[in-house]
Ligand binder design. Structure first.
Ligand SMILES: Cc1cc2nc3c(=O)[nH]c(=O)nc-3n(C[C@H](O)[C@H](O)[C@H](O)COP(=O)(O)O)c2cc1C
Length: 380
């Protein structure tokens, strides 16, 4: 039987489906970004630049979309990015997304700020290639405990996010009064009442920060208050080096936009960097990820892996990112839109859209092997 999502043609279509199911404040928390959202828009618009040069008369009967991601043969050059509160958009959302990633043969990165705890996800989806994303916490005992829990539960790569020393100022969330859990007001009650299917799920699985179960009395906080209470704004390179020393597996540093910072990451022993502006959610007016990528790839110079996220919406975006130096990309909002629209089948569909778009693009470019793509595929 065809999936009821078969006529959801694109990631943009999936976004509209998510908008129909989610309360406005929740949709805006996912969709929105800092200030005027110029960087969020530039992330997507950046991929519209440059053209791909097709070759003809090439045998494209076998397409290979797979890539090596730190020793794992990923079926696609794609990972599910760490995103907080996935279980708020769909009951057990982190587990649904991890299952979809496992089926597709791509890595899944669990956020520090997940609703399901890292133990719950590992227990429910033992087969997924899992990364754990860490924020530096003020309470180092709590942080090292989380790191040890992640290691003990089979998260083999640590993704340390460094672009959230403080929370960015997101106008949409300030306007809606978004808190976790949501505070009830006449506006939020009216918003929820319009979305009974979401509300039913949210009532069955109350939202909480699953990895912080030991921290009592957090109450209904805005995400900015949560970050201000728990996250450490004093982090410097020495403290990053300390994390590198204590974590035994591969470590990837996320939130890099500057080539000198990328060099520092490599020097302190990171196996990869993620070129990212947090989907434009932190500081507006910083470069689009795809604009920052070439300089960072040059600075890293093959000494570590280079990944990119921000604005990846099409199979051809994966090809452009590869041409400009990325080994693979991560997606944040696209899979959250799929999750919010339809749960696990929604995430399956999002990954399928990328798979189909990528395979068709590789065939029509006369480049059957994704990993063989070089810069010369791009024309200005
Ligand atoms: C709702 C939401 C929550 C996020 N939470 C986290 C997080 O907890 N940790 C993190 O490192 N990045 C987080 N991010 C950023 C993503 O990992 C990623 O950098 C970003 O979404 C990529 O841009 P895209 O949404 O355009 O794909 C979040 C993004 C969104 C949209």
């Amino acid at each position: 039987m065809p999936s009821p999502l078969y006529n959801t043609a694109s990631i943009a279509d999936m976004r509209l489906r998510a908008r129909r199911r989610l309360p406005r404040a929740v949709f805006d928390f996912i969709d929105g970004a800092a200030a005027d959202e110029l960087t969020r828009m530039a992330n997507e618009a950046g991929f519209a630049r440059g053209r791909l040069s097709p070759r003809v008369a090439v045998d494209v009967s076998r397409i290979d979309t797979s890539v090596d991601i730190l020793g794992f043969r990923s079926a696609l050059p794609l990972m599910l990015a760490p995103t907080g509160l996935a279980g708020f958009y769909w009951p057990d959302g982190e587990i649904a997304a991890a299952r979809a990633a496992a089926k597709a043969g791509i890595p899944f990165c669990l956020s520090t700020n997940s609703v399901a705890s890292l133990e719950a996800v590992a227990g429910a989806v033992p087969s997924v290639k899992r990364w754990f994303q860490l924020y530096m916490l003020k309470d180092r005992a709590l942080m090292w405990d989380m790191v040890e829990r992640a290691e003990a539960h089979g998260y083999d790569t640590l993704c340390l996010t460094l672009d959230l020393a403080v929370q960015g100022r997101r106008d949409r969330d300030i306007r809606s009064g978004f808190t976790v859990p949501m505070k009830l007001s006449s506006a939020s009650i009216a918003d929820f009442a319009m979305r009974p299917r979401w509300l039913w799920g949210a009532l069955r699985r109350p939202v909480a920060f699953g990895n912080f179960a030991s921290v009592k009395g957090l109450g209904a906080l805005s995400v900015a208050q949560f970050v201000g209470t728990l996250f450490d704004p004093t982090v410097d390179w020495a403290q990053v080096a300390e994390v590198r020393k204590r974590w035994r597996g591969p470590m990837v540093i996320k939130g890099i936009l500057n080539p000198d910072d990328a060099r520092r990451c490599v020097e302190l022993g990171a196996q990869g960097v993620i070129v990212s502006n947090h989907g434009g959610r932190q500081l507006d007016q910083v470069p689009a990820s795809i604009e920052a990528l070439p300089q960072i790839a040059d600075a890293v110079a093959g000494r570590a892996a280079v990944y990119l996220d921000g604005g990846v919406r099409r199979g051809t975006d994966l090809i452009k990112a590869r041409a400009l130096g990325a080994d693979a990309c991560l997606i944040g909002r696209p899979f959250l839109w799929g999750l919010s629209a339809a749960g696990e089948p929604g995430v399956d569909r999002v990954i399928d859209i990328f798979r189909e778009e990528l395979a068709i693009a590789l065939a029509l470019l006369g480049h059957p092997v994704f990993s063989a793509i070089r810069g010369d595929i791009l024309v200005p």
